[in-house]
Ligand binder design. Structure first.
Ligand code: HEC
Ligand code: HEC
Ligand code: HEC
Ligand code: HEC
Ligand code: HEC
Ligand code: HEC
Ligand code: HEC
Ligand code: HEC
Length: 271
């Protein structure tokens, strides 16, 4: 890990107007003991309780003078000269590219971003399913494409290869809004519980009565807006003789899929 602390050269001349060692609010004994000035005892000093800068993570093991530097004792004792913003002490390796709010991405424990996974859930692209265990670089690469807006959130943009393969090898649909039929858990099997918002097939009368999207209903694989209600013998229960019988007193009845749906939008007998 590189050390980016520039403060040691940046600040020392700020404090020449006062060459006393007095620290407002503290006695010498709060920090120094009987063994001599060189030894810090800190018996009456607790940074986390008595200053407005909490020491956490990598800051806990840092020496006072790394943050309160100086070439003379007097300069070192100007403790109020330290500023709390990260970039006061740490070089902005992104040279302004990510703005000045370092804390929106970094904590004091490590610069490594792998613990940022949790924050990702608040972006437009939460990491769920198969995405939740990937290394950051799988999507962000090693380039600086970290900022919002630098990456697409469109499935197709990142998954064009598998899509093109599927289309050319297995007659996959050419509908490119993947999330109509897929989620991020896996491509196979497709999981689309939200189908029930259009027509219930995972609940109600039609639950468990079909084998695959294409077999009984979506006979045109490239156009899922077409559906067949399992007519013409594909679905035993819906064969024409039976249906005509059932509906003989229904004036608007015809043996056609869109008619079935318009009278039975939830797939129930008494819709
Ligand atoms: C808040 C804590 C704190 C207080 C209060 C404090 N000091 Fe210090 N003092 C330090 C630190 C930190 C150093 C630098 C230690 C180092 O070099 O690592 C230091 C260094 C010194 C040194 C230089 C020691 C050397 O290595 O040569 C002297 C002398 C000294 N202090 C005197 C005083 C006197 C006198 C007072 C009271 C008027 C005082 N200090 C109050 C924290 C404190
Ligand atoms: C990681 C950096 C860091 C370390 C390590 C650190 N400090 Fe600080 N300290 C700060 C910052 C930042 C402030 C906030 C300054 C302010 O209040 O304006 C501060 C504030 C203080 C203050 C209060 C100053 C005032 O009057 O407001 C004292 C006293 C102090 N530090 C002493 C120490 C001593 C003694 C040590 C070592 C035991 C130490 N600090 C270690 C960063 C650090
Ligand atoms: C007053 C100076 C100061 C401020 C302000 C400060 N740091 Fe530090 N930081 C240090 C020092 C000194 C170290 C220890 C340096 C070292 O060991 O490389 C350190 C260490 C770290 C480390 C550990 C690095 C490692 O390699 O283990 C991280 C992460 C870090 N700081 C993040 C931050 C963040 C984020 C902020 C803003 C919230 C911040 N720092 C504010 C001085 C500061
Ligand atoms: C939009 C998010 C974001 C912001 C804001 C941000 N960084 Fe980073 N930073 C990153 C990423 C991503 C990395 C690379 C982490 C990795 O490799 O795991 C990184 C790495 C670093 C490193 C480590 C470099 C190394 O060699 O390991 C430092 C130091 C750092 N940033 C400082 C800062 C400072 C200082 C600021 C504020 C001025 C800041 N960053 C703001 C995203 C950000
Ligand atoms: C599966 C792909 C994927 C993975 C893995 C991934 N990201 Fe992202 N990340 C994205 C996309 C897509 C965006 C764009 C979201 C947006 O524009 O709001 C993004 C946005 C971000 C942003 C910018 C957020 C903002 O508000 O500016 C940061 C920072 C980030 N990711 C960090 C990480 C880190 C750290 C990891 C590893 C823990 C990671 N990402 C893993 C796809 C991914
Ligand atoms: C920013 C790029 C990115 C975006 C956007 C993205 N993914 Fe991914 N996804 C990946 C990467 C990288 C992997 C892991 C490598 C791989 O399997 O291709 C992955 C893996 C997957 C997997 C697991 C594949 C397997 O074989 O196990 C599924 C499923 C998946 N993504 C679905 C989606 C869906 C659905 C969307 C749209 C909501 C989406 N992805 C958007 C980058 C992305
Ligand atoms: C209209 C529904 C639908 C849409 C939209 C859709 N798919 Fe599929 N996809 C399927 C079905 C059905 C399967 C076969 C699943 C099974 O066998 O359980 C499948 C299978 C796959 C497979 C696995 C193929 C194989 O041969 O193993 C991949 C990869 C895939 N889809 C990617 C995508 C991508 C990427 C998109 C968006 C660009 C997408 N799909 C859009 C319905 C769809
Ligand atoms: C004009 C409206 C209308 C159309 C079109 C229609 N139905 Fe019906 N369907 C009804 C009504 C009303 C009932 C309730 C009949 C009753 O309870 O006597 C019913 C009952 C049913 C039943 C339950 C039969 C039983 O076992 O009691 C099924 C299954 C059914 N319809 C399927 C279909 C199918 C498949 C189609 C398309 C070929 C279709 N319906 C078209 C109005 C319609």
């Amino acid at each position: 890990m590189k050390h980016w602390i520039l403060l040691i050269v940046a600040v020392p001349l700020l404090a020449i107007q006062d060459d006393g060692l007095t620290v407002p609010g503290f006695d010498c004994q709060d920090c120094h003991g009987a063994e001599g000035w060189e030894t810090l005892t800190l018996t009456g000093f607790d940074h986390n309780r008595l200053t407005r800068f909490l020491l956490t993570g990598g800051h806990l093991s840092a020496d006072c003078i790394q943050c309160h530097p100086g070439t003379t004792s007097s300069e070192i004792h100007q403790f109020d000269q330290a500023e709390t913003t990260c970039s006061f002490c740490h070089m902005d390796i992104h040279v302004g590219g990510f703005g000045s709010d370092c804390e929106s991405c970094h904590e004091t424990i490590t610069w490594d971003m792998s613990n940022w996974r949790y924050n990702h859930q608040a972006t437009l692209f939460p990491l769920v399913g198969a995405h939740s265990t990937l290394d950051c670089s799988a999507c962000h690469g090693t380039e600086m494409v970290w900022l919002q807006g630098h990456l697409t959130t469109e499935c197709l943009d990142c998954h064009e290869n598998v899509y093109t393969d599927a289309v050319s090898t297995s007659g996959h649909t050419e509908v490119t809004e993947c999330t109509i039929c897929h989620n991020t858990r896996a491509w196979v099997p497709t999981e689309m519980v939200h189908h029930d918002r259009f027509f219930p097939i995972y609940s109600g009368q039609h639950r468990g009565t079909w084998t695959s999207c294409e077999a009984e209903c979506h006979f045109v694989p490239n156009d899922y807006s077409q559906f067949s209600c399992g007519l013409n013998g594909v679905c035993h229960e819906h064969r024409q003789s039976e249906m005509d019988d059932e509906h003989d007193d229904e004036s608007g009845y015809i043996y056609e899929s869109s008619a079935c749906l318009s009278c039975h939008p939830s797939g129930e007998e008494d819709d």
